[in-house]
Design a protein around this ligand. Structure first.
Ligand code: PEP
Ligand code: MN
Length: 376
């Protein structure tokens, strides 16, 4: 399914000359000195295209630093004047939008805690009506693609066409190495739904820890995301927010230098014809896989009918265990990842059960109808 977003290319609102496109700056504007000094160091790296800073910070618990507020807009103006970098901030209310526009902020973004709430997003969208400013929408805290798309649609419906998404990972109950699970499939899905929408990756909030930033940033670029937003602070050890995930401007430059840039396509005809050939092989195998799955389902239907006729339950745990054991063993011998095999078999099995349940209940409903007729 495609969603209908009217989006202008990234290059219409931000300089895409430097690759990768990098938006960087502190998690929070803390003091005028901290912000301006960080901005200068970032500009000096020559790798940064826009400066970010949080002025109003949505905090999980009250009592934490909630952002310096409107005064920070003046500091941002100074940083912009002195470095020439366009500036980006998070907005979470209509009033934030008004203040940001009045202060000449160049780019706005909607934070993950706002994207979850359609009322908040609509309030921001209403404040943006008739305004021509780029807006980036972070994914919602929870892994819900519709919420993300809905927020993008609300902002787009307000007339904002300089639009991008930011992938910052998702909250998850299970603890992992990441602060926010990347769930790359979510970003890939968004790309499939809205192929022209630029997606910027935020490795800082995904990682939650500066050591993972390199890995996440590389993976994002390999998945053809259009840019990176990375938190950078002149002295992360004393940062008032997100201290563990911020990097100094020079560390940031090292991270960017160590990235490998790959292209989605190649002009080299030899490479592209080899790729074409391999893709054709994949296409053939995919067709075969689908054909075989359809054949398997036809047999499942026969089994369902047979079980029904003989009063046998749909599920026999022993049989399922045997399938799982045998298939994963075989798959492992063929060098397939056991986790992948198990997941795939579970999907096939649950579809088989769904099909058999359909057969049983259909038969049952028909039987009951028949019975009613004979008693009538
Ligand atoms: C931020 O960018 O500093 C921020 C608060 O991010 P998120 O909305 O992704 O949590
Ligand atoms: Mn932050």
């Amino acid at each position: 399914m495609k969603i209908d977003l009217n989006v202008q290319p990234l290059s219409s609102w931000i300089n895409t000359g430097k690759q990768p496109l990098l938006i960087a700056g502190p998690c929070s504007a803390e003091t005028e000195d901290q912000l301006v000094a960080t901005a200068h160091l970032l500009a000096k790296t020559g790798k940064v295209t826009a400066l970010r800073a949080g002025i109003w910070k949505p905090r999980t618990r009250p009592g934490e630093f909630e952002g310096i507020g409107s005064i920070g807009l003046k500091w941002l103006q100074r940083a912009k004047e002195e470095t020439g970098l366009p500036v980006a901030i998070e907005v979470a209310t209509g009033k934030h939008v008004e203040e940001a526009l009045a202060a000449g902020v160049d780019i706005l973004w909607v934070g993950a805690r706002s994207t979850v709430n359609p009322f908040t997003v609509q309030e921001i969208a209403d404040a943006l009506k008739g305004v021509d400013i780029p807006v980036m929408v972070k994914n919602p805290v929870n892994p819900d693609l519709s919420l993300w798309i809905g927020a993008l649609e609300r902002i787009n419906n307000a007339g904002i066409t300089k639009l991008a998404a930011i992938h910052r990972g998702f909250s998850s109950y299970e603890k992992s190495a990441f602060r926010n699970e990347p769930m790359w499939d979510m970003a890939i899905n968004l790309k499939t739904h809205a192929p022209h929408l630029p997606i910027i990756n935020d490795p800082s909030h995904i990682s939650g820890n500066r050591d993972l930033i390199q890995y996440v940033a590389q993976k994002a670029l390999d998945l053809d995301m259009q840019g990176l937003m990375i938190e950078s602070h002149i002295d992360p050890s004393v940062a008032w927010t997100d201290a563990k995930q911020q990097v100094t401007p020079s560390h940031l430059a090292d991270i960017i230098d160590a990235l490998t840039l790959r292209k989605p396509e190649t002009a080299n005809t030899e490479v592209s014809s080899k790729l074409d050939e391999l893709r054709k092989q994949i296409d053939k195998i995919d067709d075969l896989l689908i054909q075989k799955l359809a054949e398997r389902m036809q047999i499942v239907e026969k089994i369902g009918q047979y079980k029904k006729d003989n009063g046998i339950t749909i599920l026999q745990v022993g049989r399922w265990d045997e399938i799982l054991q045998k298939r994963t063993g075989y798959a492992k011998a063929l060098k397939l990842n056991p986790e992948f095999t198990e997941k795939m078999l579970e999907m096939i099995h649950s579809e088989s059960i769904r099909k058999q349940t359909e057969i049983m209940s259909k038969e049952q409903a028909e039987g009951q109808a028949q019975e009613k007729m004979t008693h009538a």
